[in-house]
Design a protein around this ligand. Structure first.
Ligand code: DC
Length: 224
């Protein structure tokens, strides 16, 4: 059967990675979390102490090698061979990722690697610019969305499960801030590709959403 590229874009904390992982498993495809790649760059920037200094961040890029490994807990991202999954899922690194993601050179650096990962197709990639910039010819493009309050509530639960004690208003503020930065940056802002299918999951269970997405995938495969 012909393999396709599935591009999943959308706002932060709207469940892109859960959907992408489940769809990759359903299809027998490779999953690539591009947000984790921006987060890994942010971690490298933070460790090098060059946050906020665009020139130094760009100079650091040749020393950054990003890869993925499969573990018993799913896919983990590695920075120069070190599994950094547990270091990149904090609010601080999320915010820094959104800041380094406005730098054109950072985007080119990661987009090139993402395009290489998709060369053989059979891939589900999630991010902000996958259907618009990384794979404008992807056979299936999904744009996931949910109301900011719903996303903040989900994010709050996730952080609480990790033992953190965030305040709802702070999390909502953070969600709105990131939405603004992601949609207003000059380089590849988050926007819906014209041919993307919008899935608003504010009022859907995970199961309902997954069934809808599996159906969209099957329909797309049948049209190939
Ligand atoms: O999906 P995430 O929260 O892990 O992404 C972290 C940040 O990385 C997000 O605020 C925006 C940026 N990002 C991006 O600009 N382009 C992508 N393809 C993926 C993430």
């Amino acid at each position: 059967m012909r393999k396709i590229i599935v591009a999943i874009d959308g706002y932060s904390s709207c469940g892109k990675s859960t959907v992408a992982k489940q769809l990759a498993q359903y299809a027998g495809y490779t999953y690539v979390d591009t947000g984790a790649m921006y987060r890994a760059v942010a971690l490298a920037v933070s460790r090098a102490g060059v946050a906020g200094d665009e020139k130094q961040i760009i100079a650091l890029l040749p020393q950054i090698k990003i890869s993925f490994i499969q573990t018993s807990n799913g896919q983990h991202v590695c920075l120069n061979g070190e599994d950094v999954e547990s270091h990149i899922r904090t609010i601080e690194i999320g915010n820094m990722a959104s800041q380094v993601a406005v730098i054109g050179e950072v985007r080119h650096f990661l987009v090139n690697q993402q395009q290489e990962l998709g060369e053989a197709k059979g891939i589900v990639m999630d991010g902000r610019d996958i259907g618009t910039v990384v794979f404008p010819n992807a056979e299936l493009k999904l744009f996931l969305t949910a109301r900011p309050e719903v996303r903040a509530q989900r994010r709050l639960l996730e952080l609480q499960e990790k033992g953190e004690h965030p305040v709802y208003e702070d999390v909502l503020h953070d969600v709105n801030d990131r939405d603004y930065r992601d949609t207003h940056r000059a380089e590849s802002p988050l926007r819906q590709a014209q041919d993307a299918i919008v899935v608003d999951n504010s009022n859907m269970t995970k199961e309902e959403q997954m069934l809808q997405i599996q159906r969209l995938f099957d329909d797309c495969i049948n049209r190939q």
